[in-house]
Design a protein around this ligand. Sequence first.
Ligand SMILES: CC(C)(COP(=O)(O)OP(=O)(O)OC[C@H]1O[C@@H](n2cnc3c(N)ncnc32)[C@H](O)[C@@H]1OP(=O)(O)O)[C@@H](O)C(=O)NCCC(=O)NCCS
Length: 270
Amino acid sequence: MATRAPRGPPTKASVLQWDAQTNEPYIRLPHPYSDFIVTPTRPSDISDIMSIFNDPRVYQWLTFIPHPFTQEHATQWVLDMKRKSDSIMDGVSPILSLSQGHIMDGCPVHVLRKVLPDGRYAFVGNISFKRCRFWYVEDEKERSRLAYENETKPIGDPGIVWSLSVHLLPTHHSQGLMTTAARYLITEWMIPRAGAEIFLVDIFEANIGSMRMAVKVGFVLQETLLLTSDIPNRFHKRLCLLRWRDDGRIQYEGYWTNEDGIDEACGMKQ
Ligand SMILES: CC(C)(COP(=O)(O)OP(=O)(O)OC[C@H]1O[C@@H](n2cnc3c(N)ncnc32)[C@H](O)[C@@H]1OP(=O)(O)O)[C@@H](O)C(=O)NCCC(=O)NCCS
């Protein structure tokens, strides 16, 4: 549910748009990835969700994803994610939510799709921001306290710690897609429209692709934990916590270009 107006004057139109045909919000990624959009989940995603979470190139890096990932798991996942999108959009008319008016409790779109030349969409993966639950904190009391504190902060509170989950179909790995998607959603949505300032990712140290992606987005290593045996991942133990830094963002300021090569932030030709 949306509450208060964003901090500071609006600088440019929101990146969230409304698709009247599918009756859902979407965000288009910037050039040269503008044939990719991010939308809420759809019931038609169930089989793709099953494929992605049953692929060892994906699931070996994940925690809390059951294996095998059954049709029931996928159906529940789609329902939960759709409910989350709807609750973020709740009470906000599409028109209002697309303008500069409101701070929202996260990002209402999270499934990456490629728009095909014939206008159909192909599921490619997902990217979602959630209030961090600090699952890796070993002391149960402390973990609950941190999670409760984070969960009960008001919408738009800059002290909320946001965690980021990302998964791509292996056919789309190593093409720079998730670096662009994560950086774009953080700088163009989560900061201006969710009032977010703190982002944490937890990545197994051996997950080189994810570590490289996070560093390119602007995350820096904060600490490395050695997890105990009762963690919900049987493959890996060394977990890196990385925190997003604003100077990572500054480093990339002026990065976004449209199809004409015009920098959208400062209006200069690249
Ligand atoms: C993590 C993930 C989302 C990254 O998305 P992506 O679009 O492939 O990432 P990018 O292409 O933007 O960047 C990844 C970089 O790591 C490199 N890379 C990927 N796998 C690698 C590996 N095994 N060894 C070395 N480098 C690797 C890529 O070549 C790329 O490097 P570059 O920028 O120099 O070209 C994707 O790989 C994925 O879905 N992995 C499986 C699920 C997962 O691990 N999720 C994260 C859990 S924390």
